[in-house]
Design a protein around this ligand. Structure first.
Ligand code: FEO
Length: 169
């Protein structure tokens, strides 16, 4: 595998684990506010990010690449309102999309078709992640100021269940 592509994938493992940590911090915030449904949503989000990291980890190993695990940064975002995590999550997903796109570009540049195909799943996943994070903002804008509506929204989010990624390696 091309060295740059391998290094970018290796870095992405760390970025995905950071994403998991960031979302766990959001779950932590909502939990402290008594919003267990929002907390559940972000706990599951954190699990999905760990899955993303592990898929890349396995892909590198399957292709005889060495993996180096680095320190995971402290989640240092400040949440001052119930809306803050939602806007931060959306901006974060847009950033992750840009990272995946950059790896895709690097793989395409060296005609690494296998990695391009592997990343196709992530490209699609990022589309879903951005759609979800944007929809959370819209729902909070619509219902966040009304206690009863917020209670209903929290109940809806409590129903989210975890499912393993559709991509298997
Ligand atoms: Fe791993 Fe939320 O993208």
């Amino acid at each position: 595998m091309d060295r740059k592509v391998s290094e970018l994938l290796n870095d992405q493992i760390n970025k995905e684990f950071y994403s998991a940590y960031l979302y766990l911090d959001m779950a932590n915030f909502y939990s402290s506010k008594g919003l267990d449904g929002f907390a559940n949503w972000y706990e599951i989000q954190a699990k999905e990010e760990q899955d993303h990291a592990m898929l890349i980890y396995k892909y590198l190993h399957n292709n005889d690449q060495d993996v180096t695990l680095g320190a995971i940064a402290k989640p240092d975002k400040e949440f001052k309102s119930l809306m803050d995590p939602l806007t931060i999550a959306h901006a974060h997903e847009q950033y992750v999309t840009s990272l995946i796109d950059a790896i895709y570009d690097a793989a395409q540049a060296v005609k690494d078709h296998r990695t391009v195909q592997f990343l196709d799943w992530f490209i699609k996943e990022q589309g879903e992640e951005e759609m979800n994070s944007s929809s959370m903002i819209t729902k909070m804008e619509l219902f966040g100021d009304d206690a009863k509506a917020l209670y209903m929204l929290n109940s809806e989010l409590a129903g989210r269940t975890y499912s393993a990624p559709s991509l298997k390696l």
